[in-house]
Write a protein that binds this ligand. Structure first.
Ligand SMILES: *Cc1c(COP(=O)(O)O)cnc(C)c1O
Length: 403
């Protein structure tokens, strides 16, 4: 049974005050808060079995290795990958995307085409621009519509025999739009193109099934799903991960090394050069267990209720415009007429309400609406309607002070 009081008690940070006011944390799209059970796992690691993995014969190293590999299997099960070695542990979404983009620079030719969506985070634009510069491939963009959805009619026109790769986020971090990734993947495959889905913003809300989606690559960060920062995952189909060259050279990713030739280790180690974020990986597994114990249906129900309520209440504020109104997760991007989003955010902070302001690493979306940025409130399952009321009261107060 979903008990909001019980859940909030899992998050010690929710008790703190900011500028003398009770914290109202509505910046979950940037990073989620951390439950005690994940904090405990981090403390346990450094208190009891901190050691390097995959190399030692000693007990601590064996324990750390076992826990780290257990975490990989938890992640595999969560995303329903066929094999545990199809899960590469990375430092986060950005790192995961760069592994794939850099790998394809060896596989693309001049004149090949790469499609990205207009709703992307900069971390899913810049690596592909770099890839195209290196290879002479052409970058095409699926434009967006006024309501924050993608122009799927144009996507279908962009696809052709030269299309090699398609990149799209599952959920837009700036607007919350849930993109029709099933359709995007299916249509790309008809032309033999591979698809990478950026799940950084969807994974806190939706449990994806990579086999059912038949997606080629899927990436996410732990810190947006109740885990620590500096760790994330890359799922890739086995045959594609085998095809891509390694991203970095170093320890752990080799089988044999001589000065004449080095042979690479098998999956997943080929992409895991150097000492990884061992503690972070283990804590990522604990965070996934925590979210699954609450259940993604319960999470969606709570968050959808908050989204509907906050939308209704914010719309009552005169001169407030919400950007992105199509099918979405619990993100509300908005502006007050004639007031800079940064000024609104600064006053909200003084009132204890944490929101994000700015372009949200998605400048092309801001250019589309011809605005410098937005105020973004993003909800998690541990937020409450009372907190929505505090947000609306703070926005109203900011408007009074600034106009
Ligand atoms: C947060 C985010 C990223 C970047 O994630 P990092 O953890 O900073 O690497 C990429 N894409 C989307 C959609 C995001 O929300």
């Amino acid at each position: 049974m979903f008990s909001i009081d019980k859940i909030r008690a899992d998050f010690p940070i929710l008790n703190r005050k900011v500028h003398g006011k009770q914290l109202v944390y509505l910046d979950n799209g940037a990073t989620s808060q951390t439950p005690q059970i994940v904090i405990d796992a981090i403390v346990d690691y450094y208190s009891n079995y901190n050691a390097n993995i995959h190399r030692g014969v000693h007990t601590l190293s064996q324990e750390a290795t076992d826990k780290y590999e257990e975490a990989r299997i938890k992640i595999q099960k969560h995303f329903n990958a066929k094999k545990s070695y199809e899960i590469i542990l990375t430092s986060g979404t950005t790192h995961s995307i760069n592994i794939v983009a850099s790998g394809f620079s060896a596989l693309l030719n001049e004149g090949d085409e790469v499609i990205v969506s207009a709703l992307e985070h900069h971390s899913n634009i810049v690596p592909w621009q770099m890839l195209c510069e290196k290879t002479g491939a052409v970058l095409r963009v699926i434009p967006m519509d006024e309501d924050g959805s993608l122009r799927m009619d144009i996507y279908h026109e962009l696809l052709n025999g030269k299309t090699k790769l398609v990149f799209c986020n599952h959920v837009s971090n700036a607007l919350g739009t849930i993109n029709p990734i099933e359709e995007i993947i299916h249509a790309a495959h008809k032309f033999g193109a591979y698809v990478l889905i950026d799940g950084a913003q969807s994974c806190p809300h939706i449990k994806p099934d990579v086999q059912e989606l038949d997606v080629d690559f899927y990436v996410a960060s732990a810190h947006k799903m109740c885990g620590p920062t500096g760790v994330g995952m890359l799922y890739g189909k086995e045959e594609l991960l085998k095809l891509l060259p390694p991203y970095q050279g170093g320890g752990e990713m080799i089988e044999t090394v001589t000065f004449e030739q080095t042979t690479y280790a098998g999956l997943p180690h080929k992409f895991e050069a150097g000492t990884p974020n061992i503690c972070g990986g283990i804590a990522f597994g604990v965070a996934i267990d925590y979210m699954n114990n609450i259940g993604f249906n319960a999470i969606a129900m709570q968050e959808n209720e908050l989204l509907a309520y906050a939308t209704e209440e914010l719309q009552k504020v005169d001169g407030l415009r919400i950007y992105g109104t199509s099918n979405k997760t619990s993100v509300i991007s908005f502006n007050l007429e004639g007031i800079h989003p940064y000024d609104v955010g600064a006053i909200l902070d003084k009132l204890g309400v944490a929101v994000r302001t700015g372009h949200h690493c998605a400048q092309p979306i801001m250019d589309y609406y011809k605005i410098p940025g937005t105020v973004r409130a993003s909800f998690s399952f541990y937020n409450t309607k009372e907190e929505v009321d505090l947000l609306v009261a703070a926005v109203t107060k900011a408007q009074m002070m600034l106009s």
